[in-house]
Design a protein around this ligand. Structure first.
Ligand code: B12
Ligand code: SF4
Ligand code: SF4
Length: 332
């Protein structure tokens, strides 16, 4: 019986997938150079002993022989969110679109379930197939992995970009103890060309177009998601952004490759479905104005906040971290 049946690997959020037997990243040197320059800033987990772990998938899963890489898209939800922002219920508070891309749930939970489902289907009748998943928090250079699986190139904004699917997707992978004996796709070439829209649009000038990496501490995403309490000042220039209180999509919004899926027929998720799936975050966050929202959060305890938002990506910053972000836009 063949080990691999492509029809098993369908899932409603997966817009593309690829396969690679290359276990070592092409760009580990880039990571080392980036860390050496101190560009990782406060993201210590990229620079400590876990940096070297990223040099081979064997360090994460010693039996690894191959990997299936999946792109879990949230582009339809992104388009629906943009419509919401233009409507009368929005008061200018912006959440990164991935937050509402998985029915308002933390994608680490949702995509994990989907990867487990895919792995179970793949393993049926193959008791000797072992797998580990990689989803964001494992010490794996996931964009490089997706690149090796032929799924896209590194944009100047450092996103992994697919020619047909843009960049509004989460990368999730299954590390396998067997080769699946299927052809690997060719490696994607660069399609940024002379464009530098993202470099110009980034309000905090976080993008180094030569190395296609970011200065982590200049990125609004770092400041709003990774700093859990009052601490370093917001990156210079953040005031030119537009109400980002958790994550930032600006360098993807301006990328012409994110228009292409729309030209190819991708439509916004139906408004009713979008609002039903995300009713909690829409009611609790997006329909409020800054005064109302910060007032409400002053009333809850730190523990109360975590309990309330734990199942969403917002649980990550905690109450203090989230209030810090709100206060940036509206000083108390
Ligand atoms: C740390 C981290 C962050 C940090 C730092 C981001 C960064 N650019 O380094 C912060 C908090 C800023 C962040 C923000 C975001 N993140 Co993040 N993040 C990560 C994480 C955990 C590690 C990334 C990392 O190793 N960075 C170190 C740098 C040096 O590596 P790199 O970004 O891969 O850069 C490579 C290129 O520069 C490459 N390179 C450059 N030129 C060339 C040329 C060639 C030929 C080659 C081969 C390679 C190459 O070499 C580098 C090393 O591989 C990954 C998950 C993972 N485990 O990989 C998610 C991940 C990168 N993040 C993701 C997302 C969705 C985001 C946000 C969009 C969230 C948001 N809306 O706010 C933003 C986007 C900001 C941006 N423009 O990058 C997705 C990206 C999906 C995609 N399409 O690329 C990932 C893959 C999570 C996932 N599993 O889906 N993130
Ligand atoms: S996510 Fe925002 S702040 Fe970070 S590099 Fe992109 S545009 Fe700049
Ligand atoms: S905006 Fe232009 S330069 Fe930036 S990633 Fe997209 S195509 Fe590349």
């Amino acid at each position: 019986m063949p080990l691999f049946k492509p029809q098993l690997l369908t899932h409603h959020k997966v817009v593309d997938w690829g396969y690679t037997e290359e276990l070592e990243p092409y760009s580990y040197d880039n990571l080392e150079a980036w860390v050496e320059k101190g560009e990782h800033g406060s993201l210590g987990y990229l620079a400590d002993h876990r940096m070297q772990v990223r040099s081979s998938l064997k360090n994460v899963f010693p039996e690894c022989e191959s990997t299936l890489v999946f792109l879990f898209s949230y582009h339809q939800e992104k388009l629906a969110l943009e419509e919401f922002y233009k409507g009368p219920d929005s008061h200018g508070i912006k959440l990164a679109s991935y937050v509402l891309g998985f029915e308002g749930k933390d994608y680490h939970l949702r995509v994990r379930e989907s990867l487990e489902e895919l792995a179970t289907k793949l393993s049926e009748g193959h008791d000797d197939l072992k797998w580990r998943l990689s989803l964001d928090i494992q010490p794996v250079l996931e964009r490089d992995l997706a690149h090796r699986a032929g799924l896209g190139w590194f944009g100047k904004n450092s996103m992994l970009i697919s020619k047909d699917k843009g960049s509004f997707f989460i990368i999730g992978s299954l590390l396998l103890n067997k080769k699946l004996e299927i052809p690997m796709r060719p490696i994607e070439t660069d399609h940024c060309g002379q464009c530098r829209a993202c470099v110009d649009a980034c309000p905090t000038q976080a993008i180094d177009e030569d190395t296609r990496t970011l200065t982590a501490e200049k990125c609004i995403s770092t400041w709003t998601i990774e700093h859990f309490k009052e601490g370093p000042d917001a990156p210079i220039g953040m005031e030119k952004a537009s109400g980002e209180v958790f994550g930032c999509d600006i360098c993807q919004d301006v990328c012409p490759w994110n228009d292409r899926p729309v030209r190819l027929g991708l439509e916004a998720q139906d408004t009713k479905i979008f609002e039903k799936n995300n009713s909690f975050l829409i009611e609790e966050i997006l329909k409020k104005n800054l005064t109302e929202l910060s007032g409400d959060l002053q009333e809850v305890s730190n523990r109360g906040f975590v309990k309330k938002f734990l199942h969403t990506p917002l649980g990550r910053t905690g109450r203090r971290g989230f209030l810090k972000n709100l206060y940036f836009w509206k000083k108390p």
